[in-house]
Design a protein around this ligand. Structure first.
Ligand code: ATP
Ligand code: MG
Length: 296
């Protein structure tokens, strides 16, 4: 290596070091569905672990307020949630729980809706604490309830990236379509991705995927991105009963392989939306804006 080449290498190394040290905002990805029970929580948790295994730092926010789903799926109980932080009773680090393989998660708690009633001083305090989350995560996955209520829909659409899960059942597809239809009336500036879950075979999964994307494109003028599919797999059921994620308990299962493919697709460098990480603050401000505006 000649002197000039050595110098170039040093400069390149310094550049890389600088980018990795610069504070980076996390990608915010909300996971939702039209119909309930289609596999959102299973997807979010296992996708989070798959992403962690690839090398990304992952935080999951459980924003499905009906039941503490992720807690149950992991067989852990959390004492505090985001509401205690909003309330000023706890620090953000008190509500972060360590999950399997080093993923982290936070239970949202229904108090999140209280955010819009906070004084500007308290909101500022909360936002400063939240900022820390961008330092511990590259990707923040938000597991939401089914997007039937306007509030939940706004919470979902505040994210730059949204993953919609559906099964091939006609009711799930119709509800997912209704969700996309309401979604585009609130925020079109979102990258929507579609996952077909619990399909019988690859042919069925592809047919549902193609059909859904074509219909949304033609009638709603929305370009949904196909993200992948997961076939029906007994390992998913079994692992749910055992309160263990299937990518860990059954790493060789078909579902685990398909989920790994999805995690890789989600992090490929040319995927739309990944190049504009939003950061947790950007997300919360956007959500509050949506919540404050009434739809006519
Ligand atoms: N690919 C699959 N194969 C077999 N069973 C699956 C698959 N995906 C999910 N399930 C099962 O479907 C059920 C619902 O999954 P999950 O709780 O993840 O759905 P959800 O969309 O989060 O539900 P909710 O709307 O109630 O929050 C679980 O019992 C889970 O084991
Ligand atoms: Mg769920």
């Amino acid at each position: 290596m000649d002197q000039a080449e050595k110098l170039r290498q040093i400069v390149q190394e310094l550049k890389l070091k600088k980018t990795s040290m610069e504070p980076k905002e996390a990608r915010i990805i909300a996971v939702t569905s039209g119909k309930g029970g289609v596999g959102k929580t299973n997807f979010t948790l296992n996708c989070g672990i798959a992403l962690k295994k690839i090398g990304y730092r992952v935080l999951i926010i459980d924003a499905d307020f009906g039941l503490a789903n992720i807690d149950v799926m992991l067989g852990i109980t959390t004492k505090y949630n985001l509401f205690h932080v909003i309330d000023g009773k706890r620090k953000i680090q008190d509500v972060i729980t360590e999950g399997p393989c080093g993923i982290k998660f936070i239970s949202g708690g229904s108090g999140i809706w209280e955010l819009i009633n906070l004084s500007s001083h308290k909101l500022e305090e909360f936002m400063v604490m939240l900022e820390g989350l961008d330092n511990i995560a590259d990707i923040i996955l938000i597991d939401t309830g089914a997007g039937v209520s306007e509030r939940i829909l706004k919470m979902v659409l505040a994210a730059n990236e949204v993953i919609i899960i559906t099964t091939p059942e006609p009711t799930a597809i119709t509800d997912a379509y209704a969700l996309v239809k309401s979604a585009v009336s609130i925020n079109r500036d979102v990258t929507f991705r579609l996952v077909i879950n619990r399909a019988e075979n690859q042919r069925e999964a592809n047919a549902v995927m193609d059909n859904f994307i074509n219909v949304s494109n033609k009638f709603l003028d929305v370009k949904l991105q196909p993200l992948g599919y997961i076939l029906y797999d007994d390992s998913v059921m079994k692992s749910t009963k055992q309160q263990k994620p299937f990518v860990i308990e059954y790493p060789k299962s078909q579902a685990a392989k398909q989920l790994n493919d999805i995690a890789y697709a989600l992090t490929s460098s040319d995927i739309e939306g990944s190049d504009r990480p939003q950061g947790i603050k950007g997300y919360i401000y956007q959500m509050m804006n949506f919540l404050k505006t009434r739809r006519t």
